[in-house]
Ligand binder design. Structure first.
Ligand SMILES: Nc1ncnc2c1ncn2[C@@H]1O[C@H](COP(=O)(O)OP(=O)(O)OP(=O)(O)O)[C@@H](O)[C@H]1O
Ligand SMILES: [Mg+2]
Length: 589
């Protein structure tokens, strides 16, 4: 994956700072405290030097107490500023990424299905969790403290030069060496960090998929093979981490070495001049310089690290903004919101392709009158699900048009259109939440009474009541604690309480026991009552009741008519019917 996030990318930085705007006060205070910290840190060593030279060595012990009090005061002040500084910068970082994360989530939920067809879920999770976390570090550990560190270096070097410029020149001699080492380190570590980020994304994607699909792994006893794959990803992740740590393990001792050189120079030059011209370099100055050296080297060393934090934040930001910039949302320009929708649906010469020119629907033309039921039948891959996905505008048609009550679907307000079409998919998806919330989808307008009525109509009320907690029963992720038939019934209630004019039903093919089967058949009859329904039918009973059957084959309409008409025709449908139903003598596939 190409990663180009760069600290020098001012456009990107500006964009991140858009999110700082609501927290301007926090930001300003953080910077003020940073500057204060940098400004007061050189004071204590200076006080120590002064005490040493003017009181201790001069034998004036009377002023010692005052100086000590002053130093304690400075220490307390510094501690307080440090505390507030850490608190503020972290608050800023976390607030910024909370807002960003909400934006990202909001955006992701509006993206077209096509985007999700092409983007692994694990990758999106990495974007919204750990990539975002690196942006917070820009504020808590990166940018602001870099300003502070740089300032501290400048101030201390300034005070050193002021105190004794000759001595300063000597002890700062190894600094260019340090800067060179830092640059080298910083370049190497950047690449190592990028590798780490990529491997984190890979890890998340792999884990997400394999935990979701763990039953497949177990059914087919693929644990060993998957283990090997996971082992390989982990190894790459570990190696990337070790590489980055290796750079650190080289860099830190090098800095130590250079700072020892400075210290050596200080002692050499200091001792020499104390011996030669006793008044030139005082023991106080040497003590002060020893402390200052630490205060110059540590920030310079940290600057390299913080620069990387900033860099990683920028990389993270770039990736997150890339998701935000994905314009793959369904256009919502239609304004039509008729008072009532009768539900006359018409497909007129509709062509559709998921990927350019590879048409999976070819010239579909059919009509469903308000309140009637149409059954779509056809072999697997014939284009049944694709047909209903177009009606919802989950995917956009290539050519031709689809109208509801004579209005082209693109001209409807998108929310309006979708809220008037209830879709029950083949695979029921339930959230890890209560049955009630899974039915209402947190729509506060739906009352408990409506839910219970719908549940009774569908014939699911009894089984729900029997669950521990009834409607408050938590179904766990993807409805893991319910049977397939029960989950189906819940999804029917969900469709029913939303009381749509149009019902789209992709009948499940999964086998359920005879009792549940009867329940489901009855539920489907209730569901279709009084609405326009498009049903991808697998049950003979549903097919027989349809006003019109549309037989699809490789994206084309092969035959149209009622069950009896089509049987008489003795064509494709008859063959399909013989294959699926009559020979087995059962009413479902
Ligand atoms: N998201 C997608 N991206 C690309 N191609 C797709 C996508 N979904 C389906 N297809 C292709 O479109 C064609 C029609 O698929 P569709 O899902 O409409 O079949 P179907 O009739 O619903 O089959 P089934 O009875 O198995 O559900 C198939 O060839 C399939 O490979
Ligand atoms: Mg399908």
């Amino acid at each position: 994956m190409a990663v180009t996030g760069d600290v020098y990318n001012t456009g990107l930085l500006k964009r991140i700072f858009q999110y700082v705007k609501p927290y301007r006060a926090v930001f300003v205070w953080s910077v003020i405290l940073t500057v204060l910290l940098a400004a007061i840190s050189p004071i204590r060593p200076f006080l120590i030097k002064y005490t040493l030279d003017h009181y201790i060595l001069a034998g004036k012990y009377s002023g010692l107490v005052n100086m000590t009090m002053l130093m304690i005061f400075m220490l307390i002040l510094q501690t307080l500023i440090q505390y507030n500084h850490t608190l503020l910068t972290n608050t800023l970082g976390q607030s910024v990424i909370r807002d960003l994360r909400i934006n990202v989530f909001n955006h992701i939920t509006k993206l077209r299905l096509k985007f999700f067809d092409q983007t692994p879920i694990g990758q999106l999770i990495t974007r919204t969790v750990s990539d975002l976390e690196t942006i917070a570090d820009i504020f808590s550990e990166g940018l602001i403290s870099m300003i502070g560190d740089s300032l501290q270096v400048v101030v201390i070097v300034g005070v050193m030069l002021y105190t004794d410029w000759e001595l300063s020149m000597v002890v700062l001699l190894p600094i260019p060496l340090l800067i060179m080492a830092t640059r080298k380190f910083q370049k190497a570590i950047k690449i190592a960090f990028q590798e780490i980020r990529n491997e984190v994304s890979n890890l998340n994607t792999f884990l997400q998929e394999h935990i979701t699909g763990v039953s497949i792994v177990q059914y087919f006893a693929r644990e060993r093979q998957e283990y090997k794959k996971f082992y390989a990803i982990n190894k790459r992740y570990r190696d990337a981490n070790i590489r980055s740590n290796w750079y650190y393990s080289i860099f830190f001792p090098v800095v130590e070495l250079i700072s020892a050189m400075s210290l050596g120079l200080l002692i050499w030059y200091g001792a020499r001049s104390i011996l030669a011209k006793p008044l030139d370099v005082t023991p106080g100055t040497i003590t002060q310089f020893i402390m200052y050296l630490g205060m110059v080297f540590t920030p310079i060393r940290q600057l390299a690290d913080k620069f990387n934090t900033l860099q990683m934040g920028m990389v993270g930001a770039e990736r997150v903004f890339k998701v935000l910039d994905t314009k793959d949302t369904t256009p919502n320009e239609g304004r039509q919101k008729p008072e009532k929708l009768a539900g006359n649906i018409e497909f007129k010469n509709v062509w559709f392709a998921y990927n350019e020119d590879h048409y999976v629907l070819k010239d579909l033309t059919f009509e469903v009158k308000a309140g009637e039921t149409i059954a779509l039948v056809g072999a697997t891959g014939a284009g049944k699900s694709s047909t209903i996905n177009i009606l919802n505008r989950f995917y956009e048609t290539g050519k031709g048009k689809v109208t509801v009550d004579g209005i082209q679907i693109e001209d409807f307000d998108l929310d309006y259109l979708r809220s008037h079409i209830a879709t029950v998919l083949q695979d029921v998806f339930l959230f890890s939440d209560t049955i009630l919330n899974n039915i209402t989808l947190n729509n506060a307008e739906i009352t408990m009474e409506q839910v219970v009525n719908a549940a009774k109509k569908v014939g699911a009320h009894e089984f729900i009541e029997r669950l521990p907690g009834g409607y408050q029963y938590n179904v766990m992720e993807r409805g893991a604690t319910l049977s397939a038939g029960q989950a189906q019934l819940i999804s029917f209630i969900r469709a029913l309480v939303h009381n749509p004019a149009i019902l789209v039903l992709d009948e499940a093919t999964s086998s359920v026991d005879t009792e549940t089967e009867l329940l489901i058949q009855k539920a489907i009859d209730n569901l279709m009552e009084g609405r326009t329904s498009i049903v991808i039918a697998h049950r003979l009973s549903t097919i027989q009741k349809a006003n019109l059957i549309v037989v699809l084959d490789k994206g084309e309409i092969k035959e149209k008519g009622t069950h009896q008409e089509l049987l008489k025709l003795d064509g494709y449908y008859k063959k399909l019917y013989d294959l699926q139903f009559s020979s087995k003598g059962i009413a479902k596939v």
